[in-house]
Design a protein around this ligand. Structure first.
Ligand code: HEC
Length: 223
């Protein structure tokens, strides 16, 4: 490399320095930066009032019901957008949502035939006919009104085996809505049936299996 090459390299480095420093200087001239004495926003502006009751209502009680994960994901998405439900101005005056129909009313219009087809999801673990075999779960003939955990020859979990009382329609309804929540520690690996009408249909079917004498809850009179 001769001297001329070194000169070219030096010139290139020099030019680069001039562009970098000069560019910075020029940019500072073009865009003025001023630092105000206090932050432009205050934390108080960010904090929104949160309606804790609404928060609690929209938060799934557990994650063991079908759909709970989706509801939780949807909830997080709403919160991410800053959309925690706020109390609406007319919340006090708005008419409250009608309470869900009670079990008695649902049973009165329940369809045991639909219940029978719904019971297909139980059939991998339960038989329904009189004298039927136990599978993963006990035979369910006459289960309505039967003492909890009393089917002879079936090895129940401690949770079911020591659970007091018998299977009333109400108890069964609670159990089938969410077995894990109704009787913690029981070993029925089944998420539950969410819709009250579906449960009522199923209970009407179960009640038709040798449990005719068991009293049904009376429909509550409309207020
Ligand atoms: C994956 C298997 C499985 C499925 C599906 C299942 N069960 Fe069970 N079920 C069990 C087991 C196991 C037990 C015993 C639980 C224990 O001992 O903790 C049980 C217990 C029960 C009991 C209590 C019985 C008694 O004698 O006290 C009822 C009632 C019941 N199941 C109803 C149903 C119904 C109705 C369905 C369908 C909607 C269903 N189960 C679906 C496995 C299952």
């Amino acid at each position: 490399m001769d001297g001329w090459e070194w000169t070219k390299i030096g010139a290139a480095v020099g030019m680069a320095l001039v562009v970098a420093l000069g560019g910075g200087w020029l940019a500072d001239r073009l865009v003025g930066v001023s630092y105000p004495g206090s932050p432009a926003y205050k934390p108080a502006d960010l904090a929104q009032p949160v309606d804790l009751a609404a928060l609690q209502r929209s938060w799934p009680a557990g994650l063991n019901e079908p759909g709970d994960h989706n509801r939780l994901a949807g909830f997080m998405r709403v919160v991410d957008r800053g959309g925690v439900p706020l109390p609406s101005a007319d919340a006090a005056t708005a008419t409250p949502a009608a309470p869900p129909p009670d079990l008695g009313t649902l049973l009165a219009s329940a369809d045991p035939a639909r219940g029978k087809s719904a019971a297909g999801v139980c059939a991998s673990c339960h038989t329904f006919e009189q004298g039927g075999a136990d599978r993963t779960g006990p035979n369910l003939w006459g289960v309505v009104g039967r003492d909890v955990g009393s089917h002879g020859g079936f090895a129940y979990s401690q949770a079911i085996g020591t659970h007091p009382g018998n299977w009333t329609y109400e108890e069964l309804d609670r159990y089938l809505a969410s077995p894990a929540r109704a009787i913690p520690g029981n070993k029925m690996a089944f998420a539950g049936i969410r819709r009250p009408q579906d449960r009522a249909n199923l209970l009407a079917y179960l009640g038709s299996l040798g449990s005719a004498g068991v009293p049904r809850p009376a429909p509550k009179a409309a207020p």
